[in-house]
Design a protein around this ligand. Structure first.
Ligand code: TYD
Ligand code: MG
Length: 451
């Protein structure tokens, strides 16, 4: 009998090893290696009728038409996909459990004009029907299929010939061509490879739902991200209703796009003007609140930052952040302590980005410093003021990219003043704006003027 070949895969990142190892050299996790049987079959054999292709002469082939796109009928989803669903593309939608992946794709399936097939290995047809009823009217062109066997899924998809195929989730599928257990790296890879082939051969867009592991990467790993055309990440705080759909990889568009949704009782609602809903109306005279103009992808967003500074009652002062990098906050606090001479080291500092949004844009630095300073001095900042600038270690205000988009958004939303870096004025002509633009090169000068 032929010897069965096995290899070990890290279940966290998908790294492969010939022997068992305790600590993964790639992702540094412990005890993640699991033995999996390697099969002789691979994605070269498929469960659907497969046409062999031949090499073609580049000169003689007709010009490639620009990729065919159809609208997903969800504008925010179209935006992150780069302008609609590309035929024959394989899209992976990742996110934590309960964030709304199934709801989003079911909603898309229900609003399509063409035939859609929603394959679920997680929920029964009745459960999905119940969810669909919550979302709205059920059209006659949406098919459900509760199945986990890949060969069955491919066979049925081939005979139904839908315009969009949705698989919820890739981790519940198994191919009987290989022996590894459900959800293992080899199974996930094999199933994805087959679905990729299916998508390209039949020119049908395929959406895969993927779970994420504890680090937020799509479980069963980076390898999966390499295989698919587009990777979307659905994120947000489970306790808040906002959800953000981000593009991580896109062969057919930009990767810096962002879609915003709100989860309510009848499914996900698109948020077309995020700045307006993210800024909550506030009591006049409340200190510790400031607004920053950030940029998420191509999309300007005005976000509310809330800071609270209060004397530390005992022991080490606390620092806590929601939606912002903890290390960056401690850096900003140190800069303010040193350059503005305020004693923050004896104070507890809490920072919150309203709306459950996570920001990485350093242009928010200025707004954060302003909200902390405002809370420290208990001096409120007018709600018609907005900030956009990066703060450097010397307490200098550094220029930020695409300042005109930020100013434009602030002007659109009716702000009266925006504070930016002096250096932004040097490189850009900003005379066309009606909003009053105040520019500074040092944090201390800005605060002197503001408070
Ligand atoms: P779900 O799509 O099942 O998440 P995932 O597939 O990512 O695991 O959505 C889960 C949550 O959304 C669930 O906690 C219930 C909530 N939800 C609503 O609030 N309103 C709705 O209309 C629907 C369908 C779900
Ligand atoms: Mg689900």
């Amino acid at each position: 009998m032929a010897k069965v070949k096995t290899v070990f895969f890290c279940q966290n990142c998908g790294n492969e090893s010939a022997k068992w190892i305790g600590k993964c050299p790639s992702c540094n996790e412990w005890n993640t290696y699991v033995e999996e049987v390697l099969s002789k079959h691979s994605a070269t054999q498929t469960d659907f009728s497969f046409e062999k292709t031949k090499p073609v002469n580049l000169k003689e082939t007709g010009t490639v038409k620009t990729e065919q796109r159809v609208s997903s009928k969800i504008a925010e989803l179209d935006r992150v996909l780069g302008g609609g669903i590309v035929s024959g593309s394989l899209v992976l939608v990742g996110g934590e459990p309960g964030i709304g992946k199934s709801t989003l794709l079911l909603q898309m399936a229900l609003s399509q004009e063409g035939k859609t097939l929603y394959v679920s290995g997680e929920e029964s047809v009745q459960q999905i029907k119940m969810r669909a009823e919550r979302i709205g009217e059920i059209p006659g062109n949406c098919f459900l299929y509760a199945e986990t066997g890949l060969s069955e899924v491919l066979r049925q998809s081939e005979s139904l010939d839908p315009d969009v195929l949705i698989v919820d989730s890739i981790q519940t599928l198994y191919s009987d061509r290989i022996e590894a257990s459900i959800g293992s790296i080899s199974q996930v890879k094999e199933c994805t490879a087959q679905l990729m082939k299916f998508a390209k051969q039949k020119d049908i867009p395929v959406f895969l739902i993927g779970h994420v592991n504890k680090d937020g990467a799509i479980a069963g790993p980076k390898v999966l991200e390499h295989m698919v055309d587009t990777v979307l990440q659905f994120e947000g705080d489970r306790h808040l209703s906002y959800r953000i759909l981000r593009t991580i990889k896109n062969r057919f568009g930009s990767t810096s796009e962002l879609g915003i949704f709100e989860m309510n009782t009848s499914g996900l609602r698109e948020v077309t003007n995020p700045s307006e809903v993210l800024i909550s109306p506030r009591e006049p005279g409340l200190s510790g609140i400031s607004l920053g103009a950030t940029l998420e992808g191509n999309r300007p967003l005005i976000l509310e930052t809330q800071g609270l500074v209060s004397p530390a009652s005992y022991g080490n002062p606390q620092r806590s952040t929601t939606g912002y990098d903890y290390k960056r906050l401690t850096m900003l606090l140190a800069v303010m302590e040193k350059r503005l001479g305020i004693r923050l080291s004896s104070q507890d500092v809490f920072l919150n980005i309203a709306g459950g949004i996570k920001v990485q844009d350093t242009a928010l630095d200025l707004a954060i410093c302003a909200s902390i300073f405002s809370s420290f001095e208990d001096a409120p900042i007018s709600d018609s003021v907005c900030f956009a600038g990066e703060v450097g270690l010397g307490g200098e205000i550094r220029p930020v990219g695409r300042i005109e988009n930020r100013i434009n958004e602030a002007e659109k939303l009716g702000f009266k003043e925006i504070y930016i870096s002096k250096h932004n004025l040097k490189t850009k002509d900003l005379k066309q704006f009606k909003i009053s633009i105040k520019s500074f090169s040092k944090l201390s000068d800005l605060f002197q003027e503001l408070f």
